[in-house]
Structure formats: C-alpha cells, structure tokens
Design a protein around this ligand. Structure first.
Ligand code: SAM
Length: 248
C-alpha cells in the first residue's frame, strides 16, 4: 500500500512508536484537542466515571503519557472524597512522562497520590497482584503485542481487580466509517503538518487506529488473557470503545 508504516516490521514497531511520541510530546495535548475537536476530554471524563474509583483504589495507568487519565482520577477521588487512593503512571516514553510531571506540579497535586514510572506495557516493572485497577487509554494500539499487554495487565492486578481500556475502535455504520476514514486519512496528517509541522506521526496515528482489532475481536482477546465479565461500550458511534473486565 502507499501508507508507509504498514510495511514496518513488527520488531521495528516499538522503536517507531517511541520516536513518534518523542517527536510529538510537546505538542501532544494541543494536538489531541485539535484532532478530536476537544471530544477526547469527554471520552476521558466518561472513562473515569465508569471506573468510579472507591476508597483504597490503587490504579495503574499504562501508556499514561502526559497524565490525562491520572489527573482525572485524582479529580474524581477529590470530588467524591475517596480515601487512600493512589495512581501510578507508566509509559515507555520518558519525554511524555516529563511533560506530565510538569503539568502535575502546575496543578498542585499532592505528590503522595501519584508517581511516575518509565516502563513497557508488554513487560511491566511491577510485581504480581500489585494494583486493584488498571487503565490504558489510547495506548493499546501503540503496542506491538496486544496479548502481552493483556497478560501483563492480568498479572499485576489483584484478584477482584478491574481492567479498563479506552481505545479507538470501529463504527457500526459502514457509510459513517467511510466518511470517518476520509476525515482521518485526508485531514489529520494535513493538520499535523500545519500545526505541529509533522506529517508522519499523524499518518501513523491514523493507520494504527485502522489496524487495531474491532470491538468483538478485542473483547475475545481480553477473555483469552483470563479476564471475566468482559464487556464493551461504544462511545460516539464506535469511534472509541471502552472495554472492561475483571480478574476473578
Ligand atoms: N493515555 C494518554 C492519553 O490518553 O492522553 C496517552 C495516550 S498516547 C496516544 C499513547 C502513549 O502510549 C504514548 O505516551 C506512548 O509513549 C505510549 N506507549 C506506546 N507504546 C508503549 C508501550 N509498549 N508501553 C507503554 N507505553 C507505550
């Protein structure tokens, strides 16, 4: 095909992804707003309200980037006065984490509620049964081996722990999917070029969305990793989906 990244070998994917996010780290938050017309904020808010953290939630936010999910978690536990909660943000890219740390400081977060740890979703630097909640938002599709991501999620969760994933998915309506594809392939790389002065990372973004398994297929993969009560919910007609499961 004429889309460059599709020919990249599996073994090279991780390195490519690392570069992509190294290049976009500074512009990442602005570009999210531009490309999604701000809607990613609503999806993330909804994601955390679906998790509805209780007292004693020990969350691991994987591919946590610049902290969007972790910060919403912190806001939630403050608003609903949840006690004894903590979030660990992990990401393979230290540039993204550094942007997150600066944001967290500016937001005056209690340093005791959050920590940042560089790490690969496919080989998490944590012991078994460490957390009781696991989130990954717009990160799963960037990983090379989804099955490894899922088995690692299962390993680090305690029994009873919940897995939740927010990710781009596929629209149910084929005409809308076609329109959405036009927007993605034609408009997004152009905006990347115009605003962030980069084309390739945004072309990659669009392709990685296209290659990620659809709702049902992904649900099966989560079940194969051992999770129970696996379910998904489409948001915005299936542009994104939330998958959830429990380690029982
Ligand atoms: N979760 C954040 C959000 O919703 O704004 C960031 C999402 S960003 C689109 C994807 C993140 O996945 C990047 O920060 C990237 O560095 C990270 N990432 C890619 N591959 C990874 C891996 N194998 N392990 C951990 N993080 C990874």
């Amino acid at each position: 095909t004429h889309f460059g990244f599709e020919t990249v070998k599996e073994s090279e994917k991780q390195e490519k992804v690392l570069k992509v996010f190294e290049n976009v780290a500074e512009d990442y938050d602005i570009m999210n707003d531009v490309m999604s017309l701000g809607i990613h904020r609503l999806w993330k808010d909804y994601f955390i309200s679906s998790l509805s953290p209780t007292n004693n939630t020990k969350l691991l936010d994987v591919a946590g980037g610049t902290g969007d999910i972790a910060f919403r978690f912190i806001d939630y536990v403050k608003t609903y006065q949840r006690q004894n909660c903590h979030v660990t943000v992990t990401d393979i890219n230290s540039h993204m984490l550094n942007v997150g740390k600066i944001r967290s400081k500016a937001l005056n977060h209690d340093p005791g509620i959050i920590n940042w740890q560089e790490g690969n979703a496919e080989e998490l630097p944590f012991k078994d049964n460490t957390f009781n909640a696991y989130t990954i938002a717009f990160g799963a599709r960037n990983c090379t081996h989804i099955d490894k991501v899922l088995s690692e999620a299962y390993r680090v969760l305690q029994p009873g722990g919940r897995f939740m994933c927010l990710e781009f998915s596929q629209l149910e309506n084929t005409t809308l999917q076609w329109l959405y594809d036009q927007y993605s392939f034609q408009v997004i790389p152009v905006m990347g070029q115009l605003i962030a002065k980069q084309w390739k990372p945004y072309q990659y973004l669009v392709e990685s969305i296209r290659q990620f398994p659809n709702q049902e297929k992904y649900k099966n993969m989560i079940e194969e990793a051992g999770f129970r009560q696996v379910a998904f919910e489409n948001l915005t007609l299936g542009i994104v989906a939330i998958h959830s499961g429990f380690k029982l």
